[in-house]
Design a protein around this ligand. Structure first.
Ligand code: ATP
Ligand code: CA
Ligand code: CA
Length: 413
Protein backbone atom coordinates (compact mmCIF):
# COMPACT_ATOMS: atom_id res chain seq x y z
CA UNK A 1 0.00 0.00 0.00
CA UNK A 2 1.01 3.53 -0.73
CA UNK A 3 2.42 5.46 2.25
CA UNK A 4 1.06 8.88 2.74
CA UNK A 5 3.27 11.93 2.86
CA UNK A 6 6.86 12.97 2.37
CA UNK A 7 9.52 11.98 4.90
CA UNK A 8 11.13 14.99 6.52
CA UNK A 9 14.86 14.38 6.21
CA UNK A 10 17.82 16.71 6.50
CA UNK A 11 17.48 19.53 4.00
CA UNK A 12 13.66 19.54 4.13
CA UNK A 13 12.40 23.05 4.89
CA UNK A 14 10.73 21.87 8.09
CA UNK A 15 13.52 19.60 9.27
CA UNK A 16 14.57 21.88 12.13
CA UNK A 17 10.99 22.43 13.19
CA UNK A 18 10.56 18.66 13.40
CA UNK A 19 13.68 18.35 15.55
CA UNK A 20 12.41 21.12 17.83
CA UNK A 21 9.07 19.42 18.16
CA UNK A 22 10.69 16.10 19.01
CA UNK A 23 13.02 17.70 21.58
CA UNK A 24 10.10 19.53 23.14
CA UNK A 25 7.88 16.45 23.39
CA UNK A 26 10.68 14.40 24.90
CA UNK A 27 11.17 17.16 27.46
CA UNK A 28 7.48 17.42 28.33
CA UNK A 29 6.49 13.79 28.30
CA UNK A 30 9.73 12.34 29.64
CA UNK A 31 9.83 14.56 32.67
CA UNK A 32 9.10 12.66 35.87
CA UNK A 33 5.70 13.64 37.26
CA UNK A 34 3.67 12.58 40.25
CA UNK A 35 0.84 10.13 39.54
CA UNK A 36 -2.17 12.00 38.26
CA UNK A 37 -5.72 11.70 39.45
CA UNK A 38 -8.54 11.83 36.90
CA UNK A 39 -10.22 14.48 39.04
CA UNK A 40 -8.48 17.64 37.94
CA UNK A 41 -8.64 20.94 39.74
CA UNK A 42 -9.85 23.90 37.77
CA UNK A 43 -6.41 25.51 38.11
CA UNK A 44 -5.04 22.82 35.76
CA UNK A 45 -7.12 24.38 32.97
CA UNK A 46 -5.85 27.91 33.54
CA UNK A 47 -4.34 28.98 30.20
CA UNK A 48 -2.55 31.93 31.73
CA UNK A 49 0.06 29.84 33.38
CA UNK A 50 2.78 30.30 30.80
CA UNK A 51 6.04 28.46 31.09
CA UNK A 52 8.55 28.78 28.28
CA UNK A 53 11.52 26.45 28.24
CA UNK A 54 14.61 27.64 26.44
CA UNK A 55 16.47 25.09 24.31
CA UNK A 56 19.91 26.56 23.53
CA UNK A 57 21.90 24.50 21.00
CA UNK A 58 24.68 23.88 23.52
CA UNK A 59 22.17 22.51 26.04
CA UNK A 60 21.24 23.73 29.51
CA UNK A 61 20.62 22.37 32.96
CA UNK A 62 17.22 21.00 31.89
CA UNK A 63 17.63 20.52 28.14
CA UNK A 64 20.03 18.44 26.06
CA UNK A 65 22.45 19.87 23.48
CA UNK A 66 21.02 19.59 19.97
CA UNK A 67 21.68 20.07 16.25
CA UNK A 68 18.83 22.49 15.63
CA UNK A 69 18.68 26.25 16.03
CA UNK A 70 17.91 27.70 19.46
CA UNK A 71 14.21 27.81 20.26
CA UNK A 72 11.69 28.18 23.05
CA UNK A 73 9.03 25.66 23.91
CA UNK A 74 5.67 25.94 25.62
CA UNK A 75 3.24 23.32 26.85
CA UNK A 76 -0.37 24.34 27.23
CA UNK A 77 -2.15 22.87 30.25
CA UNK A 78 0.41 20.07 30.61
CA UNK A 79 -1.36 18.37 33.49
CA UNK A 80 -4.65 18.21 31.58
CA UNK A 81 -3.02 16.61 28.54
CA UNK A 82 -1.01 14.23 30.71
CA UNK A 83 -4.28 13.17 32.29
CA UNK A 84 -5.99 12.88 28.91
CA UNK A 85 -3.20 10.58 27.74
CA UNK A 86 -3.77 8.47 30.82
CA UNK A 87 -7.52 8.44 30.19
CA UNK A 88 -6.91 7.41 26.56
CA UNK A 89 -4.53 4.69 27.76
CA UNK A 90 -1.48 6.07 26.00
CA UNK A 91 1.74 4.84 27.55
CA UNK A 92 4.28 7.65 27.94
CA UNK A 93 7.20 5.60 26.63
CA UNK A 94 5.29 4.40 23.55
CA UNK A 95 4.08 7.92 22.89
CA UNK A 96 7.59 9.32 22.96
CA UNK A 97 8.85 6.49 20.80
CA UNK A 98 6.16 7.17 18.17
CA UNK A 99 6.88 10.87 17.99
CA UNK A 100 10.52 11.22 18.99
CA UNK A 101 12.00 7.86 17.96
CA UNK A 102 14.73 7.72 15.35
CA UNK A 103 12.22 7.59 12.53
CA UNK A 104 11.34 10.90 10.99
CA UNK A 105 7.85 12.30 10.68
CA UNK A 106 6.07 12.56 7.34
CA UNK A 107 4.51 15.74 6.05
CA UNK A 108 1.21 15.40 4.23
CA UNK A 109 0.67 17.55 1.21
CA UNK A 110 -1.83 20.19 2.38
CA UNK A 111 -4.89 18.01 2.98
CA UNK A 112 -7.06 20.93 4.16
CA UNK A 113 -7.80 24.36 2.80
CA UNK A 114 -7.11 26.18 6.04
CA UNK A 115 -3.34 26.37 5.56
CA UNK A 116 -2.50 24.01 8.40
CA UNK A 117 0.33 21.55 7.97
CA UNK A 118 -0.13 17.93 8.89
CA UNK A 119 2.48 15.45 10.02
CA UNK A 120 2.15 11.73 10.58
CA UNK A 121 4.37 9.73 12.89
CA UNK A 122 6.27 6.95 11.20
CA UNK A 123 4.09 4.30 12.86
CA UNK A 124 0.94 6.16 11.64
CA UNK A 125 -0.49 6.35 15.16
CA UNK A 126 -0.45 10.11 15.62
CA UNK A 127 -1.24 13.09 13.51
CA UNK A 128 0.22 16.49 14.26
CA UNK A 129 -1.59 19.56 12.95
CA UNK A 130 -0.33 23.13 13.07
CA UNK A 131 -2.88 25.50 14.53
CA UNK A 132 -3.91 29.08 14.13
CA UNK A 133 -3.85 31.19 17.27
CA UNK A 134 -7.65 31.33 17.22
CA UNK A 135 -7.90 27.53 17.17
CA UNK A 136 -5.61 27.29 20.21
CA UNK A 137 -7.87 29.77 21.96
CA UNK A 138 -10.94 27.70 21.17
CA UNK A 139 -9.32 24.51 22.41
CA UNK A 140 -8.20 26.14 25.66
CA UNK A 141 -11.66 27.62 26.16
CA UNK A 142 -13.41 24.31 25.67
CA UNK A 143 -10.82 22.13 27.39
CA UNK A 144 -12.74 21.66 30.68
CA UNK A 145 -15.90 20.66 28.77
CA UNK A 146 -13.89 18.50 26.37
CA UNK A 147 -12.23 16.76 29.29
CA UNK A 148 -15.57 16.05 30.96
CA UNK A 149 -17.08 14.85 27.70
CA UNK A 150 -14.37 12.37 26.76
CA UNK A 151 -14.23 11.19 30.35
CA UNK A 152 -17.97 10.61 30.51
CA UNK A 153 -18.24 8.87 27.12
CA UNK A 154 -15.64 6.26 26.39
CA UNK A 155 -17.14 5.70 22.94
CA UNK A 156 -17.12 9.33 21.92
CA UNK A 157 -16.41 9.91 18.23
CA UNK A 158 -14.82 13.27 18.95
CA UNK A 159 -11.15 13.31 18.03
CA UNK A 160 -8.67 12.53 20.78
CA UNK A 161 -6.18 15.25 21.61
CA UNK A 162 -2.95 14.27 23.35
CA UNK A 163 -0.99 17.51 23.55
CA UNK A 164 -0.96 21.19 22.64
CA UNK A 165 2.37 22.96 22.22
CA UNK A 166 4.13 25.97 20.79
CA UNK A 167 7.62 26.39 19.34
CA UNK A 168 9.03 29.92 19.25
CA UNK A 169 12.02 30.41 17.04
CA UNK A 170 14.42 32.89 18.51
CA UNK A 171 16.09 35.46 16.32
CA UNK A 172 14.57 38.52 14.74
CA UNK A 173 11.45 36.82 13.34
CA UNK A 174 10.32 35.18 16.64
CA UNK A 175 8.01 33.03 14.58
CA UNK A 176 5.59 30.93 16.59
CA UNK A 177 4.35 27.53 15.47
CA UNK A 178 1.50 26.06 17.47
CA UNK A 179 0.43 22.49 17.08
CA UNK A 180 -1.86 19.85 18.46
CA UNK A 181 -1.16 16.13 18.62
CA UNK A 182 -4.14 13.91 17.92
CA UNK A 183 -4.90 10.30 17.10
CA UNK A 184 -4.81 9.23 13.46
CA UNK A 185 -8.34 7.89 12.97
CA UNK A 186 -7.31 5.77 10.02
CA UNK A 187 -4.39 3.99 11.65
CA UNK A 188 -5.10 0.32 11.10
CA UNK A 189 -3.72 -2.96 9.83
CA UNK A 190 -6.64 -3.03 7.40
CA UNK A 191 -5.74 -1.06 4.31
CA UNK A 192 -8.13 1.89 3.93
CA UNK A 193 -9.49 1.90 0.38
CA UNK A 194 -11.68 4.98 0.47
CA UNK A 195 -11.94 8.00 2.78
CA UNK A 196 -14.73 10.55 3.05
CA UNK A 197 -14.86 13.83 4.91
CA UNK A 198 -18.57 14.47 5.54
CA UNK A 199 -20.21 17.67 6.77
CA UNK A 200 -23.77 17.49 5.50
CA UNK A 201 -23.38 20.61 3.38
CA UNK A 202 -23.20 20.59 -0.40
CA UNK A 203 -21.56 23.78 -1.62
CA UNK A 204 -18.07 22.96 -2.83
CA UNK A 205 -18.28 19.51 -1.29
CA UNK A 206 -16.56 17.49 -4.02
CA UNK A 207 -12.93 16.53 -4.32
CA UNK A 208 -10.92 18.78 -6.60
CA UNK A 209 -9.05 15.79 -8.05
CA UNK A 210 -9.86 14.46 -11.52
CA UNK A 211 -11.39 11.00 -11.41
CA UNK A 212 -8.28 9.31 -12.75
CA UNK A 213 -6.20 10.58 -9.82
CA UNK A 214 -8.58 9.46 -7.10
CA UNK A 215 -7.05 6.74 -4.96
CA UNK A 216 -7.07 5.40 -1.42
CA UNK A 217 -5.36 8.51 -0.07
CA UNK A 218 -7.75 11.01 -1.67
CA UNK A 219 -10.13 12.65 0.77
CA UNK A 220 -13.54 12.52 -0.90
CA UNK A 221 -16.43 14.71 0.23
CA UNK A 222 -20.21 14.76 0.63
CA UNK A 223 -21.10 15.01 -3.04
CA UNK A 224 -18.62 12.24 -3.91
CA UNK A 225 -20.27 9.83 -1.49
CA UNK A 226 -21.66 6.83 -3.34
CA UNK A 227 -22.50 4.57 -0.41
CA UNK A 228 -24.78 4.28 2.55
CA UNK A 229 -23.52 2.29 5.49
CA UNK A 230 -25.47 -0.46 7.18
CA UNK A 231 -24.57 -1.14 10.79
CA UNK A 232 -25.60 -4.09 12.89
CA UNK A 233 -28.43 -3.21 15.23
CA UNK A 234 -26.61 -2.93 18.55
CA UNK A 235 -23.88 -0.82 17.05
CA UNK A 236 -26.31 1.32 15.16
CA UNK A 237 -28.12 2.17 18.37
CA UNK A 238 -24.94 3.03 20.20
CA UNK A 239 -23.77 5.00 17.18
CA UNK A 240 -26.94 7.13 17.13
CA UNK A 241 -26.76 7.78 20.84
CA UNK A 242 -23.15 8.84 20.59
CA UNK A 243 -23.60 11.07 17.54
CA UNK A 244 -26.38 12.84 19.46
CA UNK A 245 -24.23 13.39 22.51
CA UNK A 246 -21.23 14.51 20.51
CA UNK A 247 -23.29 16.97 18.46
CA UNK A 248 -24.87 18.37 21.61
CA UNK A 249 -21.43 18.88 23.07
CA UNK A 250 -20.13 20.67 19.96
CA UNK A 251 -23.24 22.80 19.74
CA UNK A 252 -22.92 23.84 23.36
CA UNK A 253 -19.32 24.81 22.71
CA UNK A 254 -20.46 26.92 19.72
CA UNK A 255 -18.37 24.84 17.32
CA UNK A 256 -19.10 24.37 13.62
CA UNK A 257 -17.35 23.26 10.42
CA UNK A 258 -16.43 19.86 11.84
CA UNK A 259 -16.71 16.66 9.81
CA UNK A 260 -17.18 12.98 10.18
CA UNK A 261 -14.12 11.37 8.67
CA UNK A 262 -14.97 7.90 7.38
CA UNK A 263 -12.41 5.32 6.27
CA UNK A 264 -13.56 2.16 4.49
CA UNK A 265 -11.77 -1.13 4.15
CA UNK A 266 -13.48 -3.32 1.56
CA UNK A 267 -13.29 -6.98 2.46
CA UNK A 268 -14.15 -7.97 -1.10
CA UNK A 269 -13.99 -6.16 -4.38
CA UNK A 270 -17.18 -7.48 -5.92
CA UNK A 271 -20.59 -6.57 -4.56
CA UNK A 272 -23.40 -9.00 -3.85
CA UNK A 273 -27.13 -8.46 -3.79
CA UNK A 274 -29.45 -8.47 -0.82
CA UNK A 275 -31.29 -11.54 -2.16
CA UNK A 276 -28.02 -13.40 -2.43
CA UNK A 277 -27.22 -12.44 1.13
CA UNK A 278 -30.57 -13.53 2.50
CA UNK A 279 -30.44 -16.93 0.87
CA UNK A 280 -27.83 -18.98 2.63
CA UNK A 281 -24.23 -19.09 1.52
CA UNK A 282 -24.32 -15.90 -0.40
CA UNK A 283 -20.78 -16.40 -1.66
CA UNK A 284 -22.26 -18.77 -4.21
CA UNK A 285 -25.07 -16.31 -4.91
CA UNK A 286 -25.55 -13.80 -7.64
CA UNK A 287 -22.66 -11.48 -8.19
CA UNK A 288 -22.58 -8.39 -10.23
CA UNK A 289 -19.39 -7.55 -12.06
CA UNK A 290 -17.10 -4.94 -10.58
CA UNK A 291 -18.21 -1.54 -11.74
CA UNK A 292 -16.17 1.52 -12.51
CA UNK A 293 -14.54 3.15 -9.51
CA UNK A 294 -14.64 0.07 -7.33
CA UNK A 295 -12.00 -0.16 -4.67
CA UNK A 296 -8.70 -1.87 -5.32
CA UNK A 297 -8.04 -4.99 -3.37
CA UNK A 298 -4.72 -6.19 -2.14
CA UNK A 299 -5.64 -9.21 -0.09
CA UNK A 300 -3.30 -8.38 2.78
CA UNK A 301 -5.99 -7.69 5.36
CA UNK A 302 -6.99 -10.00 8.16
CA UNK A 303 -10.25 -11.74 7.34
CA UNK A 304 -13.34 -12.62 9.27
CA UNK A 305 -15.54 -15.33 7.91
CA UNK A 306 -19.18 -14.59 7.17
CA UNK A 307 -20.23 -16.73 10.13
CA UNK A 308 -17.86 -14.74 12.34
CA UNK A 309 -19.39 -11.53 11.13
CA UNK A 310 -22.92 -12.69 11.86
CA UNK A 311 -21.96 -13.89 15.32
CA UNK A 312 -20.25 -10.66 16.31
CA UNK A 313 -23.21 -8.72 17.67
CA UNK A 314 -24.27 -11.60 19.89
CA UNK A 315 -20.89 -12.28 21.38
CA UNK A 316 -20.02 -9.71 24.05
CA UNK A 317 -16.56 -11.17 24.46
CA UNK A 318 -15.70 -10.06 20.96
CA UNK A 319 -17.03 -6.57 21.56
CA UNK A 320 -13.92 -5.97 23.56
CA UNK A 321 -11.81 -5.82 20.46
CA UNK A 322 -14.28 -3.73 18.45
CA UNK A 323 -14.83 -0.12 19.34
CA UNK A 324 -17.46 2.20 18.03
CA UNK A 325 -15.99 3.70 14.90
CA UNK A 326 -12.62 2.06 15.16
CA UNK A 327 -12.99 -1.25 13.39
CA UNK A 328 -16.63 -2.03 12.91
CA UNK A 329 -17.64 -4.80 10.56
CA UNK A 330 -20.57 -3.49 8.53
CA UNK A 331 -21.91 -3.19 5.02
CA UNK A 332 -21.72 -0.51 2.39
CA UNK A 333 -24.52 -0.27 -0.13
CA UNK A 334 -23.69 1.47 -3.35
CA UNK A 335 -25.85 4.43 -4.30
CA UNK A 336 -26.26 6.39 -7.53
CA UNK A 337 -27.19 10.02 -7.85
CA UNK A 338 -29.87 11.12 -10.23
CA UNK A 339 -28.23 13.08 -12.98
CA UNK A 340 -30.97 15.74 -12.99
CA UNK A 341 -30.39 16.58 -9.35
CA UNK A 342 -27.09 18.35 -8.96
CA UNK A 343 -27.10 18.86 -5.21
CA UNK A 344 -28.76 15.64 -4.14
CA UNK A 345 -26.65 14.68 -1.14
CA UNK A 346 -27.50 11.01 -1.01
CA UNK A 347 -28.10 8.88 -4.05
CA UNK A 348 -30.61 6.07 -4.54
CA UNK A 349 -29.63 2.70 -3.06
CA UNK A 350 -28.78 0.09 -5.71
CA UNK A 351 -29.00 -3.10 -3.68
CA UNK A 352 -25.32 -3.79 -4.32
CA UNK A 353 -23.65 -4.61 -1.03
CA UNK A 354 -20.06 -4.88 0.11
CA UNK A 355 -18.75 -6.26 3.38
CA UNK A 356 -16.56 -3.59 4.87
CA UNK A 357 -14.72 -2.59 8.01
CA UNK A 358 -15.51 0.98 9.03
CA UNK A 359 -13.39 3.57 10.77
CA UNK A 360 -14.66 7.00 11.68
CA UNK A 361 -14.54 9.95 14.02
CA UNK A 362 -15.37 13.63 14.25
CA UNK A 363 -12.46 15.90 13.28
CA UNK A 364 -11.66 19.58 12.87
CA UNK A 365 -13.59 20.66 15.97
CA UNK A 366 -11.77 23.93 16.71
CA UNK A 367 -13.69 26.40 14.57
CA UNK A 368 -16.13 28.61 16.45
CA UNK A 369 -18.77 30.71 14.77
CA UNK A 370 -16.64 33.82 14.76
CA UNK A 371 -16.89 37.01 12.79
CA UNK A 372 -15.13 35.52 9.74
CA UNK A 373 -17.57 32.59 9.58
CA UNK A 374 -20.55 34.94 10.04
CA UNK A 375 -19.29 37.05 7.17
CA UNK A 376 -18.70 33.97 5.04
CA UNK A 377 -22.28 32.95 5.73
CA UNK A 378 -23.57 36.42 4.86
CA UNK A 379 -21.80 36.83 1.53
CA UNK A 380 -22.28 33.26 0.32
CA UNK A 381 -26.01 33.48 1.18
CA UNK A 382 -26.41 36.20 -1.42
CA UNK A 383 -25.45 33.83 -4.19
CA UNK A 384 -26.32 30.38 -2.87
CA UNK A 385 -28.97 28.52 -0.94
CA UNK A 386 -28.02 29.25 2.70
CA UNK A 387 -28.67 25.65 3.72
CA UNK A 388 -25.99 24.41 1.31
CA UNK A 389 -23.22 26.53 2.83
CA UNK A 390 -20.82 25.01 5.33
CA UNK A 391 -20.73 28.19 7.42
CA UNK A 392 -23.95 28.26 9.45
CA UNK A 393 -24.52 28.85 13.13
CA UNK A 394 -23.58 25.97 15.46
CA UNK A 395 -27.15 24.99 16.15
CA UNK A 396 -28.09 24.66 12.49
CA UNK A 397 -24.76 23.06 11.77
CA UNK A 398 -25.28 20.32 14.37
CA UNK A 399 -28.82 19.64 13.19
CA UNK A 400 -27.86 19.39 9.52
CA UNK A 401 -24.79 17.27 10.33
CA UNK A 402 -26.80 14.85 12.44
CA UNK A 403 -29.67 14.61 9.93
CA UNK A 404 -27.18 13.86 7.18
CA UNK A 405 -25.25 11.28 9.19
CA UNK A 406 -28.48 9.48 10.04
CA UNK A 407 -29.29 9.26 6.34
CA UNK A 408 -25.86 7.89 5.48
CA UNK A 409 -25.75 5.37 8.35
CA UNK A 410 -28.64 2.94 8.59
CA UNK A 411 -29.57 -0.02 10.65
CA UNK A 412 -28.87 -3.25 8.83
CA UNK A 413 -32.14 -5.03 8.25
P1 ATP B 1 -10.43 22.90 6.44
O1 ATP B 1 -10.65 23.84 7.60
O2 ATP B 1 -10.24 23.56 5.13
O3 ATP B 1 -11.46 21.82 6.37
P2 ATP B 1 -8.14 21.89 7.93
O4 ATP B 1 -6.78 22.38 7.58
O5 ATP B 1 -8.77 22.39 9.19
O6 ATP B 1 -9.06 22.11 6.68
P3 ATP B 1 -8.89 19.19 8.66
O7 ATP B 1 -10.29 19.32 8.20
O8 ATP B 1 -8.62 19.11 10.12
O9 ATP B 1 -7.98 20.31 7.99
O10 ATP B 1 -8.23 17.90 7.99
C1 ATP B 1 -8.08 17.79 6.61
C2 ATP B 1 -8.01 16.33 6.21
O11 ATP B 1 -6.92 15.69 6.90
C3 ATP B 1 -9.23 15.55 6.61
O12 ATP B 1 -10.24 15.62 5.63
C4 ATP B 1 -8.68 14.15 6.75
O13 ATP B 1 -8.57 13.53 5.49
C5 ATP B 1 -7.29 14.38 7.30
N1 ATP B 1 -7.31 14.30 8.78
C6 ATP B 1 -7.44 15.34 9.63
N2 ATP B 1 -7.43 14.93 10.92
C7 ATP B 1 -7.28 13.58 10.88
C8 ATP B 1 -7.17 12.56 11.88
N3 ATP B 1 -7.21 12.83 13.19
N4 ATP B 1 -7.00 11.28 11.46
C9 ATP B 1 -6.95 10.98 10.15
N5 ATP B 1 -7.04 11.88 9.17
C10 ATP B 1 -7.20 13.18 9.51
CA1 CA C 1 -12.17 20.36 7.80
CA1 CA D 1 -10.57 23.63 9.85
Amino acid sequence: TKRQGETISKGHKNYELMLNLQLGIRHSVGRPAPPTSLDLRSSAFDPKEKVWTKFPSEGSKHTPPHQSCEFKWKDYCPLVFRTLRKLFKVDAADYMLSICGNDALRELSSPGKSGSFFYLTNDDKYMIKTMKKAEVKVLLRMLPAYYNHVRAFENTLVIKFFGLHCVKLTGPAQKKVRFVIMGNLLCTEYPIHRRFDLKGSSLGRTTDKPETEIDATTTLKDLDLNFIFRLQRAWFQEFCRQVDRDCDFLEQERIMDYSLLVGIHFRETTPYTREARNTEGRTSGVRTPTGNGDPDSDGTAPRLSRADMDQLPFDPARWESIKLGINMPSQAERTVRRSDCEFQLIGEPTGQLYDIILFFGIIDILQDYDISKKLEHAYKSIQYDPTSISAVDPRQYAKRFRDFIFKVFKEDS
